[in-house]
Design a protein around this ligand. Sequence first.
Ligand code: SF4
Length: 436
Amino acid sequence: MHPTHTPFLLYSDGNGNIFEDETLYAVGRAGWDAFEVDLDNWIPLPDGGNMYELPGRRGVGIDVLTGEMRLCEKGWAVAAFVPPAHTGLFLAAYESLEEAPTLPLFCYTAAGWYNQQFYVTATRIEKDIRQECSGYNDEKIATGAEQLIANYPHNRLVKHLMDNCCNTYNCPAARNFALSRWECPVPASPACNANCIGCVSFQPVEEEITSPQDRLNFKPTVEEIVEFTVPHLMNAPYPIISFGQGCEGEPLLMWEVLRDSIKEIRKHTSRGSININTNGSKPDAVKALIEAGLSSIRVSTNSARTEIYTPYYRPNNYQFDDILESLKVANELGAWSSINYFVFPGMTDSEAEYEALRTLIRTTGLKMIQWRNFNIDPDWYLGLLNISDTGNMLGVKQMQELIKEEFPHLKFGYFNPPMERIKGNFEADFAGGFAQ
Ligand code: SF4
């Protein structure tokens, strides 16, 4: 599956047409620098991936004759969006022209052309197939959405999930709910106590980019939450309900409603996992939720270092140490704990970050790392964090191997695991739910 020579660079004509340039081999970017990429880091573009042209940017490649690095002047640079369950190992390498617009909130992974197909620098990190695009049947989803709205005619949350998330944003989690399977999203909070630079549910009007989703504009009640989550937990295969979605603020700001919902849900069923995706800002609220019956917590972070976390999250009334405390509380109370780790090649695999991550794992009793692609314009991110040099780097793949070696109990993935994996054999192949 790995190529026998480096793929050729890709460029676009600015009208959405992409071409290979056989005078240049593709390279990868980490931090601010371009690198030749080892052949075992390249894989065919997985199903569900997309290609992007990057306006106002010239691709960087290695001249196939001279071996020199130079720009491709034939068109705009090109990058790939690698689908869920895969971690990008290098960013697309390019030089931005003065007038280059800020790129929208997607990940921009290095891509190339080899043997008549697109290749990307990525690795499959998750066996679970819950968001494989081949697993979605639009007709069944439309029928399922209609049925759910008919079943819960007065439920604002079901209406939001079906009208907005499923039928407008094509949210994979909401589409799985419409198909009555696996992880069901439960957004709950219209507000947030952080101001992330790359927030996907709110972007200030003065910003050049827009948020891909609008933030929830109402506070659901306990009754609205319980009404559809109990049947999902009782009937769906490998059921999970997850508070904390891309279309809301911070769910811990609604902890009392979530606590009462969890208590009520657990009166009806003990099946499945009740998870929260959160910024981890309120450890006391996390404690109360776990005592009420919460099974699992996933804390999002761009770094294990406070000096990288704080300028990105721009927190209100909490600090980096609070998110560490939330992970510790989860471990002490026996809940499953993960980090939603935004992978940025050059930053994530820097020696400083590697050391900080080792300390975080050791001091919090972390159970799982979800190695997620950071959906953000690389120049914009590094510029706003004032980072001119990312330091020595290990390579994302090498870093994953080192962490795995030192912490063999620690699980790697991309999605919140169902109870069957948390309590059972994590690596086992569950029929119908995992890549064979
Ligand atoms: S924590 Fe989430 S909702 Fe809040 S600002 Fe950050 S990305 Fe947005």
